[in-house]
Design a protein around this ligand. Structure first.
Ligand code: COA
Length: 257
């Protein structure tokens, strides 16, 4: 496993940690591959009954590493490795809990739609910044978000791209539970452990039934979004926006979100 993705087993829970705090846990191609391997391992291993996805250093994830969107070999590698991770998440049969604190941006937000239970700290902020980046949303979020929060709220979040405070995400149904920051890790692990001791076959069957009606739609939407996303990513409009982010003054950062 790459150094920037950690994996440990804790009483039947595979704790998968995004660990690149200096970059607010922005995800590189190597990290997508490591995350995909971790999720596939969770699916395969009999001693793993649930997954907990978390970020190190006070943030969940700032999303895709924007440097990897810039046209070139890195972008092609990103496409493939990100797709591997998306596929691992959508194929996972076991329940996944997300522990969200600080920023959950881009794929750090859309991955929540593939988890079964989201625990957030009161400081957490979720953001879908795709349009502002010259992109379209991914991870079947154009389909799943409206199932979770309703069409108009999904349109507001995806089109305007403003940061969503934890309380609003909770009220809208994206987050199951909000707890104070110093309790968020403990609470998320506790939920995952509660899932891990449930009767195995009944738990997997029920989870499968909850998802059954959207499985094929999700696969089709992943492919469709992937085509639009890649076309937009190559556009002059988007490439200029990526360069602006990469060349900005440090002080400009916090005003973005
Ligand atoms: N890709 C690449 N680098 C990123 C990144 C990303 N998605 N998110 C953060 N970083 C880097 C910053 O460039 C900075 O690097 P530096 O220290 O070498 O200058 C470092 O991580 C710290 O980020 P900074 O912006 O200074 O932190 P902040 O607390 O002021 O703001 C965010 C945090 C998440 C609000 C802000 O970094 C941000 O908006 N990131 C981009 C999020 C995004 O649009 N993701 C793409 C989704 S498709």
């Amino acid at each position: 496993m790459g150094a920037e993705v950690g994996v440990r087993l804790d009483e039947g829970v595979l704790v998968v940690t995004i660990d690149r705090p200096a970059k607010k846990n922005a995800l590189t191609a190597q990290m997508y591959v490591a995350l995909a391997e971790a999720i596939a391992e969770a699916d395969r291993r009999d001693d793993v009954r649930a997954v907990l996805l978390r970020g190190e250093g006070g943030n969940f994830s700032s999303g895709n590493d924007i440097g990897m969107f810039v046209t070139g070999d890195a972008a092609a590698h990103r496409e493939l490795s990100a797709a591997t991770f998306l596929h691992a998440m959508t194929s996972l049969r076991k329940p996944a809990v997300a522990c969200v604190c600080g920023h959950a941006v881009g794929i750090g937000a859309t991955v929540l739609l593939h988890c079964d239970y989201v625990v957030a700290s009161d400081d957490a902020r979720v953001r879908f910044p795709f349009v502002d980046l010259g992109l379209c949303p991914e991870f079947a979020s154009t389909l799943l978000l409206q199932h979770v929060v309703g069409r108009n709220k999904a349109a507001e979040w995806l089109l305007l791209g403003a940061p969503i405070p934890a309380a609003e995400a909770h009220l809208a149904g994206l987050v199951n539970r909000i707890v104070p920051l110093d309790m968020v890790e403990e609470e998320a692990l506790s939920v995952a452990k509660r899932l891990a001791v449930k009767p195995r076959e009944a738990l997997l069957a029920t989870r499968g039934l909850i998802r059954e009606s959207t499985v094929e739609l999700v696969e089709a939407r992943l492919q469709r979004e992937g085509i639009v996303f890649d076309t937009l990513r190559r556009s002059r409009e988007a490439q200029d926006i990526f360069q602006q982010f990469l060349q900005r003054e440090p002080a400009a950062a916090s005003s973005r979100v």
